[in-house]
Design a protein around this ligand. Sequence first.
Ligand code: ADP
Ligand code: MG
Length: 320
Amino acid sequence: DELISQIAAGEVVERPASVVRELVDNALDAGATQITLRLLAGGVRLIGVEDDGVGIPPEELPLALRRHATSKIRSLQELESVGTMGFRGEALAAINSIAEVSVLSRRAGADGAWLLDGATGELKPVARAQGTSVEVRELFFATPARRKFLKTDATELAHCIEAVRRHALARPDVGFAIWHEGKLIEQWRAAATPAQRIADVFGDEFVAQSVAVEHQEGAVRVSGHAGVPDAARSRADQQFFYVNGRYVRDKVLAHAVRSAYEDVLHGQRQPVFVLHLAIDPARVDVNVHPTKIEVRFRDGREIHQAVRHAIENALAAPRA
Ligand code: ADP
Ligand code: MG
């Protein structure tokens, strides 16, 4: 079982940023309004994620680290319309097999918090406000070969920040803070609008140099912000797609955006954008890969057209 967990871990966890993504997913699924990340050595020594979500009752704490234990879906049918970030129930178990994990949680309404040591299974009472803290130490400590593949702390840190940024752009209503080696390095306060969050993350100039996207076509709704071609900070790493709130990378979507830019405004090679697609969950398969970063659309052509038209219309509209 230990071996199976470690093999699963190889698919889910490539580097500290993969752990960050899974832990922040869980915090969001728990309804957190504030999420704080604490890192040491780019996340290799420590990744700590604290949230103020609903918490986990002590009797369920050991389950959280067990393979294929998810509290989020109960049937295959529910998988068709999964509304949470997590549903496979394997992230924490996988991480626990390749690092030192502890989970500290206080359930809403409970009068105490409990700390679970992932290695020994020991549970003890501790003090904490409502919510959950997960600590992951010494990632890949038992597999030196994997650990050797990690880049410098600075590079791993940059990937961790990127993982949080992806969540932050999708959830402007949630506050995020990132600490590294005891220093606060990023802070995005809960924002009133998506545009405000984009400005906080990319700077005011990006918003000034972008157009709002708002488009409905058939059963597909596309919204967000797209940079105009002269956007000074046009960079390849500022392209963000979300499908029903989930960050994805997808060739169909990328192609649709690129062709919209090519047709309307010649020449911009790296369009900058944050685009949200809202579609019927039954028409997109999110269970393609353990990292859930890939999706499969039932009708790629329809999606392609909707995205392309959304950008074309937005770029063609006179700017305010
Ligand atoms: P999944 O998210 O796919 O269900 P995970 O391995 O990521 O699987 O988490 C296992 C379970 O642990 C979750 O289903 C949830 O019940 C619980 N859990 C994990 N993190 C949190 C958290 N931050 N707050 C509340 N519950 C959590
Ligand atoms: Mg999860």
